[in-house]
Design a protein around this ligand. Structure first.
Ligand SMILES: C[S@@+](CC[C@H](N)C(=O)[O-])C[C@H]1O[C@@H](n2cnc3c(N)ncnc32)[C@H](O)[C@@H]1O
Length: 202
């Protein structure tokens, strides 16, 4: 979604805002109209092994913007119950067929269909800008003492400024892949950033 202040800049023909809007719409179209293409890209952008190693086990975990389940796959091996929230019905149905034990639901990070404090580990990969509505929702659904852990979120430097712990790992190389992936998406860039914050009661 494009925030209202960004839309205002686009209306004023700000060239940088126009470019940001083009990029945001490109990815939204891919997730909703070409979910299988996104899955091909995700398969050649594996999550950094050290980022995976940093994910603790938990009773209940939530994957927000779960896509076809690149991160969910790892959550189901270490958590008792996993809920995957994804707005693209195409991606959600791919995830459901790969990971039938995960609870899959349609939804947006700005209004999560999850009860207060349900999640002991609130996670996401390649998603979620540090916008107030999203930060408020992540905090609301996370149990007191629970962990919010995001792999390569949008604008990790802003999470850091908000006091989250940020770990930037050395980039890893994408595995061998077909040339159309580079032509369509640009060079694959496997996720290698981690930001984390524990929910404490104040
Ligand atoms: C880069 S993909 C990552 C998918 C998956 N987490 C993975 O690692 O493969 C971003 C995902 O976030 C979803 N998404 C985008 N905006 C969202 C929002 N506001 N709330 C929830 N999900 C969102 C997209 O539909 C897409 O599946």
């Amino acid at each position: 979604m494009i925030p209202p202040d960004e839309l205002e800049l686009v209306r004023d023909r700000d060239p940088e805002a126009e470019e940001r809007a083009r990029r945001a719409l490109f990815w939204t179209f891919v997730y909703h109209l070409e979910p299988k293409k996104w899955e091909r890209l995700a398969s050649v952008e594996p999550i950094h092994p050290e980022a995976l190693a940093a994910i603790p086990s938990a009773r209940r975990a939530l994957d927000i913007g779960a896509g076809g389940g690149r991160l969910t796959t790892h959550l189901v091996t270490r958590c008792d119950r996993v809920a995957a929230i994804e707005p693209s019905l195409g991606l959600a149905s791919i995830l459901k067929s790969k990971l039938p034990t995960a609870i899959t639901a349609a939804g947006w990070a700005e209004a999560l269909p999850i009860g207060d404090g349900w999640s002991d580990l609130t996670a996401a990969c390649g998603a979620l800008a540090p916008e107030q509505a999203i930060l408020d929702e992540m905090r609301r659904v996370t149990s007191v003492g629970g962990l919010m852990l995001l792999i390569s979120p949008e604008r990790p430097e802003e999470y850091e400024r908000l006091g989250w712990t940020r770990i930037s790992l050395d980039p890893i190389q994408a595995p061998e892949h077909e040339r159309w992936i580079d032509e369509f998406f640009g060079p694959p860039d496997p996720p290698h950033e981690l930001v984390m914050s524990r929910r404490v009661e104040i």
